[in-house]
Design a protein around this ligand. Structure first.
Ligand SMILES: [Zn+2]
Ligand SMILES: [Zn+2]
Length: 352
C-alpha cells in the first residue's frame, strides 16, 4: 500500500485581525514550538490577512487563510477557506454557504452543537441551517466549544486555569448527525481549536489568558494525509495539496492532550476483486465488500469500528481487521484508557 504523507496542524484560529489577542508571527512561532506543520486561520468576517499575502510557508509552517462568517444574530458560524473575497454581509446561512461554495471555497460548519445557557456572558452559537446541502465539512470536535459547554458559575475559575482538562469527547449528537449526513453525501469531519487567547479579568487588575495559543495547539489536532510530501518551495502548491486531501476526507482528528496520534491509519481493502485500497473519505458503490484495517499509535489502548454510529468491532492490539457488513458509514474511534483520543473520517459503502 502506498504510504500517505501525514501533516499535523490546527484549524480555526483567531488573531488580532478579529477578536484574538495574538499577532500572526507570534501565533506561528508558538505553533512551531509544539510541532505543528500547518495552520488554517479564520478570523471573523475578514480575509484581510490573505490579501496581505500571508498565506504560504513561514519558516516551514504552512499557513492557509480563510474566515469565519456568521448570520445577523451571530449564529450559524461557517469557516470559508480557498476563497479570495468575502461574501456580502447580512445573508442567511443557506445563502452564504451556497455563495462560498459557488466561489470555489471549502465551507466548514463551525461548532455545530452548542447548547449552553448557564452563563449569560457566553451564549451558544449553534448551527441551525441543516437544510443547506452545500457545506462540505463540519467541525466534529471544537476545543473551545466543549470547554465553554462545561462552564458554570461554580467551576469557571478552575476551568480558566485548567483549560484542557474539560476537553474529553465530541458530543454524541454531533457524531450521529455527522454519520447521518455521510449516509447521503460526503461531509468531512475536522477538528477545531477556535483559539482566541482571550484575557478575562478575575479580580481587580488580575486577568487570566484563557487557552493561550500554545496550550490550545496541544489540544484538538487535525492530521491530514497527502498523496505526496508537500512542495516546500511553493506555498500555493502545498496549500492545494493540503486542501485536496482535506476535501477528500483524508483526515483524522485527535486530542494531543491524551497522546501523540501520529501514525494512526484507517483504510479498507477489497475482499472480492483484489488489490484495491480505499482511504478515509472514499465512497464505495453498493454491494462492495471490504476488509477494514487499522494501524494504531503506540499510546492507543482500544479501537472501535462503528457502522452508522453503532459499534460493530473492537480491538486492543496494535492492528485489527474487520469485514464490512453491507452498506453503511464506517469509521473508527480510538480510546486511551477511558479518554477519547482519535476520530477517523468514514469510509462509506453506499446503499443500493
Ligand atoms: Zn464561531
Ligand atoms: Zn471562531
Amino acid at each position: 500500500m502506498k504510504e500517505l504523507h501525514e501533516l499535523v496542524g490546527a484549524i480555526h484560529i483567531h488573531t488580532t485581525f478579529s477578536d484574538g489577542t495574538g499577532h500572526y508571527a507570534d501565533v506561528i512561532r508558538q505553533a512551531s514550538e509544539v510541532g505543528l506543520e500547518f495552520l488554517l486561520f479564520s478570523d471573523h468576517n475578514t480575509l484581510e490577512p490573505k490579501r496581505m499575502g500571508r498565506e504560504g510557508f513561514h519558516n516551514g509552517m504552512l499557513v492557509g487563510i480563510g474566515y469565519e462568517i456568521n448570520d445577523r444574530d451571530l449564529h450559524n458560524h461557517l469557516l470559508a477557506f480557498q476563497i479570495d473575497d468575502e461574501v456580502c454581509n447580512g445573508l442567511d446561512p443557506v445563502e452564504y454557504t451556497r455563495r462560498v461554495v459557488a466561489a470555489g471555497g471549502w465551507a466548514v460548519v463551525a461548532h455545530p452543537d452548542e447548547r449552553r445557557n448557564r452563563l449569560k456572558e457566553f451564549p451558544p452559537y449553534p448551527w441551525t441551517a441543516w437544510e443547506s446541502n452545500d457545506f462540505q465539512a463540519m467541525e466534529i470536535w471544537n476545543a473551545l466549544s466543549e470547554w465553554m459547554e462545561k462552564l458554570t458559575q461554580h467551576n469557571k475559575f478552575w476551568l480558566y486555569l485548567n483549560p484542557r482538562r474539560s476537553v474529553t469527547a465530541p458530543t454524541q449528537w454531533t457524531l450521529e448527525k455527522w454519520d447521518q449526513l455521510n449516509a447521503g453525501r460526503r461531509v468531512v469531519g475536522t477538528g477545531g481549536v477556535d483559539v482566541h487567547a482571550h484575557h478575562y479579568p478575575i479580580w481587580r487588575n488580575l486577568s487570566v489568558v484563557i487557552f493561550p495559543y500554545k496550550v490550545q495547539f496541544r489540544s484538538i489536532q487535525s492530521h491530514v494525509l497527502l498523496e505526496e510530501p508537500p512542495d516546500k518551495n511553493d506555498g500555493a502548491s502545498a496549500l492545494r495539496q493540503l486542501f485536496t486531501a482535506l476535501r477528500s476526507g483524508r483526515v483524522f482528528v485527535s486530542n494531543r492532550y491524551v497522546g501523540d496520534a501520529r501514525g494512526f491509519r484507517f483504510w479498507a481493502e477489497d475482499e472480492k476483486n483484489g488489490p484495491a485500497v480505499y482511504q478515509m473519505g472514499d465512497r464505495l458503490p453498493a454491494g462492495s465488500q471490504v476488509r477494514f484495517e487499522v494501524k494504531l499509535p503506540a499510546e492507543a489502548t482500544q479501537a472501535i469500528l462503528l457502522k452508522d454510529s453503532k459499534p460493530v468491532g473492537r480491538c486492543r492490539d496494535d492492528a485489527f481487521k474487520c469485514l464490512s457488513e453491507g452498506p453503511g458509514v464506517y469509521r473508527i474511534e480510538v480510546r486511551k484508557g477511558r479518554r477519547a483520543f482519535i476520530y477517523s473520517n468514514p469510509i462509506v459503502i453506499e446503499a443500493a
